[in-house]
Ligand binder design. Structure first.
Ligand code: KMH
Ligand code: ZN
Length: 277
């Protein structure tokens, strides 16, 4: 029997929607983001999915706010891969959303479709997706395809055929948003069946789906995202003390399943993100 493949854990520590009112552990400032990133790295996270906030806690894609947050994270967790969000918050323009790409980050997200998002619409028409992808390619930024629904995968494959999204493909199935696919194992298995052989994949379960889907992905050889962006609770009615606690819970699931956590070097190899400089 072959050795189980190392698991890459991503921590989504902040997001654009969750607030300190909902969970006081949601980080807003560069310092808070860096401290949380370091705690998540210590628990086994190898990627930090990063959003940033204005001083009042509102979501922003401001370049300089990203610059300060990335620098602070680099200081506290030099080995972690920082993945900037290009999704931002619902309603932001493409120029707003792509500001962090000006900083030549290592990794970014690319949402490849439009869906309801609670009572709002997360709007990603083809010209917007193509513009984000083109900027990421031009600046040499590795992309993670965020698929909230099945059509997002097909859209990504269309853009891949058109040469706008390069190989190797890496998918994050974000399941459980009210307005897109729910986070059940049958949905995950269907989505896995739609991606090309050789593509890597992970799952981000939203709300109560987070840890059950983490377990399912670990068993299937996929990778996992957890964190306060997606889920505020460690268990029913119990707030997580931080994204680090959700990373710890996912790491425990991996241990139970006999999947080793990826080292920083293994994570870079699996995700095709060579270390710079
Ligand atoms: N905040 C959501 C509307 C991403 O980071 O790329 C979009 C999002 C996706 O969080
Ligand atoms: Zn995000």
């Amino acid at each position: 029997m072959s050795e189980p493949s190392p698991l890459v854990l991503t921590a989504a520590i902040c997001g654009a929607e969750v607030t300190k009112d909902q969970n006081p552990a949601v980080p807003y400032t560069a310092r808070e983001l860096a401290e949380e990133a370091a705690r998540c790295f210590a628990e086994g996270a190898r990627v930090i999915h990063l959003h940033v906030r204005r001083p009042d806690g509102g979501p922003t894609q401001d370049r300089e706010t990203f610059r300060a947050a990335i620098a602070a994270i680099r200081e506290r967790a030099p080995e972690v891969i920082v993945q900037v969000s290009t999704g931002g918050a619902v309603g932001m323009s493409v120029d707003e959303r792509t500001q962090p790409l000006d900083l030549d980050p290592e990794f970014c997200t690319l949402s490849t479709g439009t869906c309801n998002f609670g009572d709002e619409v997360f709007s990603n028409p083809f010209p917007l997706i193509s513009a984000i992808a083109a900027k990421a390619v031009a600046r040499g930024v590795r992309m993670e395809i965020e698929a909230f629904d099945a059509g997002f995968v097909d859209n990504a494959l269309l853009l891949h055929r058109r040469g706008l999204i390069p190989d190797p493909l890496h998918f994050d199935f974000v399941l459980g948003v009210a307005g897109a696919m729910i986070g059940t194992e049958d949905r995950l298995d269907f989505l896995r069946s739609t991606i090309p052989a050789g593509a890597t994949w992970m799952v981000a379960g939203v709300g109560r789906y987070e840890l059950p889907l983490a377990r399912a992905a670990i068993a299937r050889g996929g990778h996992v995202r957890v964190g306060l962006e997606d889920n505020l609770f460690l268990s029913k009615g119990v707030l997580a003390g931080g994204s680090w606690e959700l990373v710890r819970a996912a790491a425990a699931l991996a241990r139970d399943a006999g999947r080793p956590l990826a080292t920083p070097e293994e994570a870079r190899r699996i995700l095709s993100i060579p270390k710079r400089g």
